[in-house]
Design a protein around this ligand. Structure first.
Ligand code: ADP
Length: 241
């Protein structure tokens, strides 16, 4: 019943802004249904790489493959990728329900299907009773749950999250980490999650990709990275967030 997450592959992806190389030939594979986190200090190229996957940025070189197909010439709205941002990016004048239904309406689905998918997503994030509220009437955590519901309502094979919890306090952050994990288990969607917070990466991920100055410094499971004191992961990021 659950759709399987799609495989994601980056083949020597580079992104330049003028003479400056923000992403320098990154290659990696994310398995279907895997939860992978991009971890690294500010400016290391995490968001730019995510934007190349989403289609907000055009790659300068290389190729992004989703489900075995190149995305280079696929416009954003046809990539079928769910997105969650740090700043929620909700429409302030729309109710919770209308925010969540927005991508479904864009896809011109029949009313009945829109209703069903919206109910499904709101239930998944526990906001069924808040459907008629406006974003301004919600807490930060609830707003991010709305953004999550909007990102999963069309059952995307890939979900991208860019520092979605960074604006929240620690207790709420940990609670939402749990919720995101169980949502991921439940849906089977492939996830790429960006953070500069090492503990968050350790708590969430199947594998962690450590970025540094536009290149991949290291890839491994939380256990691999945590147990290997010889790597930059442990020595380089402690105390940084
Ligand atoms: P991170 O997400 O790891 O913090 P970014 O991908 O946002 O890093 O940025 C990587 C580098 O690319 C930074 O030095 C940033 O200043 C630069 N950069 C990002 N977007 C642009 C842009 N639109 N124009 C010029 N430079 C950019």
């Amino acid at each position: 019943e659950n759709p399987i997450g799609a495989a994601l592959e980056l083949r020597s992806v580079s992104k330049k802004f003028g003479d400056f190389t923000a992403v320098d030939g990154i290659s990696l594979t994310v398995e279907p249904g895997e939860f992978v986190t991009f971890l690294g200090p500010s400016g290391s190229g995490k968001t730019t790489t995510l934007n190349c996957i989403a289609g907000f940025e055009e790659v300068t070189d290389g190729e992004v493959m989703l489900g075995g197909k190149p995305l280079t010439h696929t416009p954003i709205h046809k990539r079928n990728i769910g997105m969650v941002f740090q700043g929620y990016a909700l429409f302030p004048h729309m109710t919770v329900e209308k925010n969540v239904a927005y991508p479904l309406k864009q896809r011109k689905l029949p009313k009945e299907e829109i209703r069903e998918a919206t109910d499904f997503a709101l239930e998944k994030v526990g906001l069924t009773d808040f459907r008629h509220r406006l974003p301004v009437q919600l807490s930060g955590g609830q707003r991010q749950r709305v953004a999550l519901a909007r990102a999963i309502c069309f059952r995307p094979p890939l979900l991208l999250m860019d520092e979605p919890l960074s604006a929240l306090d620690k207790a709420l952050r940990e609670q939402l980490q749990q919720e995101i994990r169980s949502l991921h288990r439940d849906l089977g969607t492939t996830v790429v999650f960006v953070t500069h917070d090492q503990d968050e990466a350790l708590a969430l991920s199947d594998r962690i990709v450590v970025f540094n100055q536009g290149v991949v410094q290291q890839i491994g499971t939380p256990r691999d990275l945590y147990q290997n004191p010889a790597n930059a992961f442990v020595s380089g990021f402690v105390g940084e967030s």
